[in-house]
Design a protein around this ligand. Structure first.
Ligand SMILES: C[S@@+](CC[C@H](N)C(=O)[O-])C[C@H]1O[C@@H](n2cnc3c(N)ncnc32)[C@H](O)[C@@H]1O
Length: 211
């Protein structure tokens, strides 16, 4: 949203950092702080793009030394292929499964067939309100009680007079209908900025049940 930094090259020149900072760091550390020491940590992502966030999450799993796997969906064939190449180059292919195709169908089938629970979801595919809600509704029944869902691009679109659009609008519905804990970080990520963390269990939940 800053007119002086319209692209990645200029961002790097002016700040010394890429557009992924601090968003992907936030993703890395949030996931690292959610992992279960005992169970298989199932991580799902919508919107692989070129695989940067997927690699970040796979790296968090590897660095933790715990068991887990990242499953990610991308609709665009060229992006999917580029992500496959990047995942291989990054040396994290054994922690990652990439799917090319519609999130609605693919993720839906995955959730139905999944023998286990999702510990962490990063919803970063389509940022249309109804699509974000659809993805959330698919993963919700499979989430562990202490799971976390991270959302990207939570800021209302500039010039959009209706803040109830996009991810921002979806989060309003999620907060109303699903409760849990929701924290928004408006100054991270890229166009639109903002990442939010939603935790399934409300604060009063007995965390020792999960110990
Ligand atoms: C913002 S990018 C994802 C960025 C990536 N998660 C990262 O942080 O590196 C969004 C991606 O989602 C893909 N996409 C859009 N709608 C989708 C959908 N319904 N299902 C899967 N992917 C979708 C787009 O093609 C695009 O590559």
């Amino acid at each position: 949203m800053e007119t002086a930094v319209p692209d990645n090259d200029i961002t790097q020149e002016r700040t010394g950092q890429g557009i992924g900072c601090p968003g992907w760091n936030f993703l890395y550390h949030t996931l690292s702080c959610c992992l279960d020491r005992e169970a298989e940590n199932i991580v799902v992502e919508t919107g692989t793009n070129w695989g940067f966030s997927t690699i970040t999450m796979a790296r968090a799993l590897i660095d933790s030394g715990l068991r887990g796997h990242v499953y990610s969906w991308e609709t665009d064939a060229a992006n999917h292929q580029r992500a496959c190449d990047n995942i291989a180059s990054a040396g994290v292919a054994s922690q990652v499964t990439l799917y090319h195709g519609s999130v609605a169908e693919g993720l839906g089938r995955f959730a139905v067939e999944l023998d286990g629970s999702i510990r962490f979801a990063f919803l970063d595919g389509s940022h249309q309100q109804d699509e974000v809600l659809r993805e959330f509704t698919i993963v919700y029944p499979k989430l562990t009680n202490d799971s976390v869902v991270l959302f990207d691009n939570t800021y209302p679109l500039p010039g959009d007079n209706d803040p109830g659009q996009g991810t921002n609008g979806a989060l309003r519905v999620i907060e109303r209908d699903y409760q849990g804990n929701l924290v928004n970080f408006p100054h991270t990520s890229w166009w639109t900025p903002g990442q939010a963390v939603w935790q399934k269990a409300p604060f009063g939940w007995d965390w020792c049940e999960a110990c």
